[in-house]
Design a protein around this ligand. Structure first.
Ligand code: A2P
Length: 340
């Protein structure tokens, strides 16, 4: 890391991911000169702590980024679409956690363990996109397998935590659960159905082809990050009553054969991964173990006996940390160290 220090803005600092970005920034090696916390006018004046100091939240405006070097955005797609160009115009590099810029061919989509070289393309628009949480944790273990054997097809089903929807959803799961165990009436505001003690096969909006936008994001973003449009991918994304950490059942078909044992050995050496796989002792990746740390946990690695070159695995990561804030900070660290 160079001696230079950076002014860092967080847009959406009062939200679930924004809060975690503050914590990850405090924990990171990024040399920070000053921080600016931005949110909507509703939060202007609130105070948030950073390394012991109280920082007053400011309303996000077109002029918020003057003098800033790096802006981390997690304030929704519309806000990113509207305000990221103002930051870029003022010479502040945006790392955006929304879906607004991810599939823009001029905007890199970065997962540091997979395609750190992509960060260099920030110069095109001054924006780097952070992938969707469920995509990040899937490509981390798939990248080394793809490099070694070539992945032909991916079938993924997700079990996604409510924190991915934001603070309101965390509150809704808590309130509904408390009401139900006390035999009280409950409100349904965030999702179309009750989330407590339920599973909703519906994340983001439905598209004409019957898939949800979340499912299509997983397909498109995985191909972009792995830099291979030939991979066949099909996804079913499901919201489950879990607060933190997404779990995924990932089935792959490879071009060259690889055994489950070889996959385990490969992933044990891969960056950002912890293999947690001793089923006889009831040891496998759990949402509660992934929450609060940055590794992607991989287990239940087994041969898919229905095809010659198939592997099944269970992949779990903290969606707010590795799936969002941590990945953003890792990108910022690469940017600061190599390019700014
Ligand atoms: P605010 O708290 O003032 O509403 P979450 O994903 O947890 O719901 O958080 C969303 C984050 O994005 C919050 O920090 C929220 O600020 C912020 N946000 C939402 N809309 C806007 C907007 N139009 N301008 C700036 N920040 C916004």
């Amino acid at each position: 890391m160079s001696e230079k220090k950076f002014n860092v803005a967080i847009a959406g600092a009062t939200g679930a991911v924004g809060n975690q970005m503050i914590i990850c920034l405090e924990e990171s090696n990024l040399p920070v000169k000053a921080v600016k916390f931005l949110a909507s006018s509703r939060s202007a004046g609130r105070k948030l702590r950073f390394k012991g100091d109280l920082i007053t939240v400011e309303e996000l405006t077109e002029n918020s980024f003057k003098g800033m070097d790096i802006a981390l955005f997690s304030a929704g797609g519309g806000t990113s679409k509207n305000f990221a160009p103002f930051a870029a115009k003022d010479g502040c590099v945006v790392i955006d956690n929304s879906s607004a810029w991810r599939m823009d061919p001029k905007v890199p989509l970065g997962v540091p363990e997979v395609n750190p070289h992509a960060v260099a393309e920030y110069t095109n628009k001054g924006i780097i996109a952070n992938p969707n949480c469920s995509t990040i944790q899937m490509v981390v273990p798939l990248c080394p397998i793809h490099k070694k054997c070539g992945i032909k097809r991916i079938v993924v089903s997700t079990y996604q935590a409510v924190s991915g929807t934001g603070k309101k959803a965390i509150d809704e799961l808590f309130d509904q659960t408390r009401s139900m165990i006390n035999f009280l009436d409950y409100d349904i505001n965030v999702y179309p159905h009750r989330i407590a003690f339920n599973c909703l096969p519906h994340i983001d909006v439905f598209l004409e082809n019957g898939y949800t936008k979340e499912e299509v994001k997983m397909v498109d973003e995985t191909r972009k990050i792995l830099e291979d449009d030939t991979i066949g991918i099909t996804a079913t994304t499901v919201r489950v009553p879990v607060f933190f950490s997404h779990s995924e059942s990932v089935n792959i078909e490879t071009k060259k054969h690889i055994s489950a044992n070889e996959v385990k050995l490969l992933l044990e050496k891969a960056p950002g991964i912890k293999v947690v796989d001793d089923p006889e002792k009831n040891i496998y990746p759990l949402a509660i173990d992934a929450a609060g740390q940055d590794l992607t946990l991989v287990g239940r690695i087994r041969d898919d006996e229905s095809i010659p070159n198939g592997i099944n695995m269970w992949v779990v990561a903290d969606n707010i940390r590795k799936g969002a804030a941590t990945n953003t900070i890792q990108i910022a660290e690469i940017l600061a160290e190599k390019y700014l």
